[in-house]
Design a protein around this ligand. Structure first.
Ligand SMILES: NC(=O)c1ccc[n+]([C@@H]2O[C@H](COP(=O)([O-])OP(=O)(O)OC[C@H]3O[C@@H](n4cnc5c(N)ncnc54)[C@H](OP(=O)(O)O)[C@@H]3O)[C@@H](O)[C@H]2O)c1
Length: 211
């Protein structure tokens, strides 16, 4: 699968590295592909390449959006027409002071991003644990994969997202339509509070149990 990363920082860099290790063709999109940061990431992610956001988007069928939520509109602008592409939205619209989410009432960041990324099939995923867990999603000596909840309106896009998350080592669980991102985005604050405020640390994840 050809995967382009828009926002190649902690989350984008980790996911792209994992997808490349799983055998996918990964292009990291940078504002400046010749920057030292791009060279450093490529050194840690064998088999990947750096490009502009426009090139990464044009050459990929799946895109990961992992910029700050507030930067999403500017970051998506050079990506151009995204018709038919799958957009995995990992962003979190977090209000200052972790007071809640900053997306408009009656919507979610993911739904707002879907309006910006016209034609793209958006799946909310990879927003509910820290990037360290994305690098290694298994717990209890490798016995239990962390749960990765996702939401989206397009069934085939969700199947792709599910497969990519499983390929990283997660147990992916479908939460329903993209509007369920209204639950997933504040849920990220639960992880953030546990990890960073309550003192459990960043090697923390959720396990959804069912019979
Ligand atoms: N950190 C986590 O553990 C975690 C977990 C789940 C979800 N998230 C969410 O994931 C997103 C990314 O978090 P992060 O920790 O990976 O942030 P980060 O390390 O700061 O990376 C953000 C990336 O976005 C890029 N960027 C910013 N504006 C851009 C633009 N206009 N065009 C192209 N690229 C742009 C930055 O590029 P430059 O280097 O050029 O500035 C940087 O590479 C956030 O929405 C966050 O809430 C984070």
């Amino acid at each position: 699968m050809r995967i382009g990363i828009i926002g190649s920082g902690n989350v984008g860099g980790t996911l792209g590295t994992g997808f490349a290790r799983a055998g996918h063709e990964v292009v990291f999109g940078f504002r400046d592909p010749a920057s030292p940061g791009a060279a450093s990431l490529l050194g840690r992610a064998p088999g990947t390449r750096a490009a502009t956001v426009a090139e990464a988007a044009a050459s990929s069928t799946v895109l990961v959006l992992a910029t700050p939520y507030e930067a999403a509109e500017a970051a998506l602008a050079p990506a151009g027409d995204l018709s038919g592409k799958i957009l995995l939205d990992a962003t979190n619209p977090i209000a200052p002071g972790l007071a809640g989410v900053s997306s408009p009432a009656g919507s979610s960041g993911a739904e707002e991003i879907a309006k910006l990324a016209r034609g793209a099939r958006v799946v909310k995923i990879f927003n509910t644990v820290g990037f360290e867990v994305m690098a290694n999603p298994t717990f209890l000596a490798g016995a239990r994969p962390a749960t990765m909840l996702y939401a989206g309106d397009d069934t085939s896009a969700k199947e792709v997202a599910h497969g990519l998350a499983a390929g990283l080592g997660f147990d992916p669980v479908d939460l329903g339509p993209l509007a369920a991102a209204r639950l997933l985005e504040p849920f990220a604050l639960v992880w953030i509070r546990l990890a960073l405020v309550c003192g459990h640390g960043r090697e923390t994840a959720f396990l959804y149990l069912h019979r």
